[in-house]
Write a new protein. Sequence first.
Length: 539
Amino acid sequence: MLPGCVPWPEDLADRYRKQGYWRGEVLGDLLRPWAMADVGRIAVATEENRFSYAHLDAKADRLAAGLHHLGIGKGDRVVVQLPNVVEFITVCIALFRIGGLPVFTLTAHRRSEISYICKHTEAIAYVIPDVHQGFDFRRLATEVIAAVPTLRHVLVAGEPGPYVGLEEVEADPCSFPGPSPSDVAFFLLSGGTTGLPKLIPRTHDDYAYQLRATAEGLRFDERGVYLAALPAAHNAALGCPGALGALRAGGKVVLAASPSPDDVFPLIESEGATLTTLMPPLVVLWLETAGMYGVDLSRLHVQIGGAKLSLDAAQKLRSILGCTWTHWFGMAEGLLTYTRPNDPEDVIIHTQGRPLSAGDDIRVRDEFDRDIEPGAVGQLLTRGPYTLCGYYKAAEHNATAFTPDGYLRTGDLVRITPAGNMVVEGRVKDIINRGGEKISAEEVEGHLLSHPGVRGAAVVAMPDLTLGEKTCAFVVPLGNVLTLAEVKAHLMVRGLADYKLPDRLELVASLPFTSLGKVNKEALREELIRRAAPRQSGT
């Protein structure tokens, strides 16, 4: 195991192999069977081009040889900051084949995040686009390489400028020592909303299982077409089953430049997309604009996660978009739960379903790590065949993030229904302590989203001299302007306790999101400080 990474205990690793979760696969082989069996089979489509499995397999071989000649080999970290372009796929497969370790970052990241990630991983190479959405990543690379002494190579998809183009790196295929299935395959970023991200090592064994299990759970096979609307560098669109899972299954991956209707709706029709992954704000956007495009989404199944979907949006998915959907809870660290496609509608709308794997071992515990009674709300703890055992180079954090017997303390507050479905109620750190009464921000948000005049909602704590904290609701109104009194009346009709009602209402045009798609509550708290002037109750 790579230094700085925590391996699975031998007894658990043996169990996962014996029970068939880990089958000795390596991710560099994803393209091979399909490239050999069907030379013309399409693997990847973009707005401009289509690429066969055979073409990408050969391309990845040539790029792997070129990277090897540059001195990039087994265990070397390579920070990959590419948008949804075909080079993202070939770079991934090439690095998997030589045992190089992609560190996936998002195109929204800038000098602060990228410099930190490069330093923390001691990366020797950095892969970027030339220009994306008007931003010149070559200039960013100049700043980063000056700050990170280990960086030796900047490789550019597109016009390289002062650096090296990916096309220039390619070389005749050659042999080199590849990775073992138990080796780390790549790093994902943690999804926290504050501070610099922690790094999540994923192995060939555990991620290959995730790809297989998610595809099987959704009945995605070689006939499937996966639309990568979210960034493919994000776990949801990378491997749930995502782009890599679609390739493993022999399906087609459609890379969209963005999740905006202008980019995705034409691709859905032209490429016949059957599966995609979205977060609730994008679902609302699609609902509002689908009629303008006249797009047929009846073949599409949508995985929805990241936050709760409002009841109104959930009910409109079938009637307006005509598509089916499942509700997901997931983390880059591993554990995935989801509603099954044939579950009753109320289960799909109101729960996050059941664990992906029979090997997922979950516990719901109180603040003292004691198991709680069934149906009660507590913190979710988990371990399993695709959940990490420790963050990279984070021994101090790992000591508190994991129990002595290896369970990850997720920080999520959940309850389990009698039928075994999980309902996410909030975050341990997303609790408002109002005079000793504990309020789940996510619970209140769910009720706010049921209001027909609310498009989006986020609840945060605000300081109070008397109670310690009070509740502020940031709301994106839909149509008419809302008042605090109207919002309170709606929540009271829904039976919400008085102490859970918002003390303050802030109307905003949109909610801020982190680069990983989570509502940025730190930004909302900062906004509260800027709007510090007190208001009269009921406005």
